[in-house]
Write a protein that binds this ligand. Structure first.
Ligand code: ACO
Length: 457
């Protein structure tokens, strides 16, 4: 099969949010800390009657309905999540309820977990399946979802929640460029969830940021090596730089980190560039940094400031539009970078996107990270697959606008209820179905054997 990639994409986010300016006041921190320091506007969150299964049920159902996909035509379904409510039973198995009426049970794939990376692992699995001898000609469906909640304290404003579903198959408007994946994995305790009775992670925030940067450096270096070697085989002798990506999107724990990350990509380009290139206009004023070592710069304010300034315009062009959803909904964990993809597609016209290369950096603490690229099809004609994909995401802004703003006191109260009832058996979870968007699945009841029952609004 040719041009394997993403055919359709669906996003789900909660219908309520807390405003970050109000949260700064409520938390008693300096004004600007969350909004300027972290770059966040609002944060979506779920009441206790939404869990990882309901989020994924909603987003899959929506994708299938809106694209008129038949349940029979799906041959693989992968779930990436780090929101674990059962140590054995996969979210995937819960989603099989949706297939019941069709009689289709021949659906490969299961859950994949490592912090925010599971969605990317699932996408790779799905695309590889379509390209493999195991492929039976049907679609693959990739689902990623999470409820990102932190204990009270400085990490809490970097929460969020949501889910993304992607339909994967041949002749896609967004193809995964073959052979172009740079991966970095290592053993580190930057963010992990050893307490299975709690939804909250243990997190060393500063360490997690260093790990993210290190992974970005390594993935980018490997990606570049691979693309340069492909070019070389085609007789093209050149260095890969940011210029080779019309857009670059990142896993987004908070928007400010992404601005710093794009600056870091420029730093990587600068340090890897031959002497003549290093003197070009884009690197003006950076010559003092010519001999720095990447690994010495993770917490250098000087390097951070200089390269953010130098990359300001590149950030505005290549990355900022992708932060539309993240700034307003927060970190969704596994779907985060795919929410960025949705934002990018929703912000631009098919014509503007056609033919471009989108660099994608996915990071999951612990850690697992990859950089890969999506090639956007050249065909942006009305009714083309690209046009349909882009049009389907153009209502993102209106959907975000239609959410309800909840005061921080109420948000804290709802977080406390989640915390207290997270592993309660034989109960009806707190929350009203009136507070959900129409078509949303929710947790109706947990019975005395800890089995979960869902209904749809
Ligand atoms: N006005 C403007 N900016 C401010 C203000 C203010 N009043 N106060 C602080 N800031 C800035 C700081 O200068 C800093 O920016 P800088 O790094 O550019 O200098 C920024 O706000 C953050 O403030 P800090 O004091 O450095 O950090 P804080 O203690 O608030 O913690 C952190 C931030 C570490 C991100 C925390 O929220 C956290 O642990 N989050 C979860 C972990 C995380 O998201 N890690 C990222 C990768 S892993 C993952 O995806 C889970």
């Amino acid at each position: 099969p040719k041009d394997v990639g993403i055919l359709a994409l669906e996003v789900y986010f909660p219908s309520q949010y807390v405003d970050q300016v109000e949260l700064e006041k409520y938390d008693g921190v300096e004004a600007g800390k969350y909004t300027i320091g972290l770059g966040q506007k609002q944060m979506g969150f779920c009441a206790a009657h939404e869990d990882i299964n309901s989020l994924c049920l909603t987003v899959v159902n929506r994708l299938v309905e809106r694209n008129s996909v038949s349940w029979d035509s799906i041959g693989r379904l992968e779930v990436g999540t780090e929101t674990i409510i059962d140590k054995s039973k996969a979210v995937k198995t819960v989603l099989m309820q949706l297939f019941e009426d069709s009689g289709n049970t021949d659906v490969e794939g299961i859950d994949t977990t490592n912090a925010c990376y599971g969605g990317t692992a699932s996408l790779f699995n799905a695309a590889d399946w379509v390209e493999s001898s195991s492929w039976d000609g049907r679609y693959a469906l990739v689902v990623c979802g999470d409820i990102a909640v932190y204990a009270t304290g400085n990490a809490r404003p970097t929460g969020g929640a949501g889910a993304v579903a992607m339909l994967v198959g041949p002749d896609a408007p967004l193809t995964l460029e073959r052979g172009l994946r740079g991966t970095h994995m290592e053993h580190v305790y930057d963010f992990y969830k050893p307490n299975l009775a709690s939804e909250y992670p243990l997190v060393d925030g500063q360490l997690s940021i260093q790990c993210y940067f290190r992974a970005l450096d390594r993935c980018y270096a490997t990606y570049r090596k691979k693309i340069e070697s492909q070019w070389q085989k085609a007789g093209i002798n050149k260095h890969c730089t940011l210029e080779d990506f019309q857009f670059m999107i990142f896993h987004t724990p908070f928007c400010k980190l992404v601005q710093k990350s794009l600056a870091r990509v420029l730093l990587n380009d600068f340090l890897a560039s031959p002497k003549a290139d290093a003197e070009s206009a884009i690197y003006k004023g950076l010559q003092d940094f010519r001999n720095v070592k990447l690994e010495d710069t993770y917490s250098s304010k000087e390097v951070d400031k200089a390269f953010q300034k130098a990359s300001q315009e590149l950030f505005r062009q290549k990355t900022q539009p992708s932060l539309f959803l993240s700034a307003r909904n927060g970190n969704m964990y596994t779907p985060s970078v795919y929410g960025c993809l949705a934002s990018l597609l929703g912000q631009y016209s098919a014509q503007k996107l056609a033919g471009s290369r989108i660099g994608v950096f996915s990071y999951g603490s612990g850690l697992a990270a990859s950089m890969f690229s999506l090639k956007v099809s050249e065909n942006s004609a009305p009714g083309s697959p690209l046009d349909k994909l882009v049009s389907s995401l153009s209502d993102l802004g209106a959907r975000l606008e239609s959410r309800k703003c909840v005061p921080p006191e109420k948000f804290a109260e709802m977080m406390k209820i989640r915390e207290d009832t997270h592993d309660t058996v034989d109960h009806t979870p707190h929350g009203s179905s009136d507070d959900l968007f129409p078509g949303t699945w929710y947790l109706e009841r947990v019975d005395d054997k800890n089995r979960r029952m869902y209904a749809r609004r």
